[in-house]
Design a protein around this ligand. Structure first.
Ligand code: PDD
Length: 280
């Protein structure tokens, strides 16, 4: 079951107009909420980011927080076959009479769906994963979680074709984030991640990891680092609502930390699992 503009319907019955600006221009924003046994991790932060995204592209939020929570909970209960779910929620500007770059005041299109969220076990994660690096050519409003993701999907596809978990992006010599994740490195027991701003999406998992680091008493600095620092890091991780905190042990066919997953990843991973209500 999915939700589309006021109705809960089967996914294969959910259609939008070809005049929808989400379809024509990618004119909309989205969120992905991770659900663990009906518990929505980072609910308030996701809803705040949704509001920020809507504000940044001048779409009036069609629902109150309470209404969103009720819609999301309904979708969770309709899809309770899987304990853990990823809820995808999209708001586009809506449909116009014709295709014009400019628009009037439209009624936003709201779509919500659920897919199974299969977190990998610690045993599997300890094998690490690889990444490729690419030049970040995206626009400079990456803090808006926009549905127009052309560059991101091209990078992700390239990563997939190289049997890599992610493409790590580098703009003007600085590592920004991944095609669909934030990036962290560890050097001399200190964690580094790119500061918030227009060059990265302010990931909710990134915020949770910052909280985990504080909780564990590990230094964390939100400062930019370059490609050399990435390649010479003691540990590299990526994070997202669907991948949690994932260790990268190989970039562009070069090993990181001799291909070993590091001890700080393990501490953060355990703390993250605790927040999900699952003992690692
Ligand atoms: N992507 N950076 C980018 C470019 C992203 O697309 C994502 C998430 C993140 C991590 O954000 P969060 O921790 O809030 O999930 C960072 C989602 C999962 C996606 O597009 O599928």
């Amino acid at each position: 079951m999915v939700y589309l503009n006021g109705n809960f319907i089967q996914k294969n019955k959910a259609y939008i107009s070809v005049m929808d600006r989400g379809f024509l221009f990618g004119d909309g924003v989205y969120e992905i909420f991770p659900i663990y046994n009906k518990y929505i991790l980072g609910l308030d932060s996701h809803l705040n980011r949704l509001q920020d995204g809507l504000d940044s592209i001048n779409i009036k939020n069609p629902h109150t927080k309470g209404e969103w929570i009720s819609l999301i909970n309904k979708i969770i209960s309709f899809n309770k076959g899987s304990d853990n779910q990823a809820i995808y929620l999209q708001v586009s500007r809506g449909c116009d009479e014709d295709r014009n770059h400019t628009h009037g005041d439209l009624k936003p299109t709201v779509y919500i769906q659920s897919t199974g969220l299969n977190s990998r076990s610690k045993e599997i994660l300890l094998k690490g994963g690889s990444a490729i690096s690419r030049v970040d050519i995206r626009w400079s409003q990456c803090n808006t979680k926009a549905t127009s993701l052309l560059a991101n999907i091209m990078y992700a596809q390239e990563a997939k074709e190289n049997d890599a978990e992610e493409a790590i992006l580098c703009r003007d010599g600085v590592i920004t984030e991944g095609s669909n994740s934030n990036v962290f490195i560890v050097k001399n027991n200190c964690i580094y991640t790119h500061p918030k701003g227009p060059l990265i999406l302010p990931g909710i998992t990134r915020e949770i990891i910052i909280d985990c680091a504080n909780h564990c008493g590990i230094d964390l600095k939100e400062v930019a680092f370059d490609k050399e620092a990435l390649m010479n890091a003691d540990e590299v991780w990526i994070s997202s609502s669907t991948r949690e905190v994932f260790p990268i042990t190989n970039i562009d066919d070069q090993q990181i930390n001799n291909g070993q997953v590091g001890p700080i990843w393990s501490l953060i991973y355990n703390q993250y699992q605790a927040l999900k209500g699952i003992k690692a």
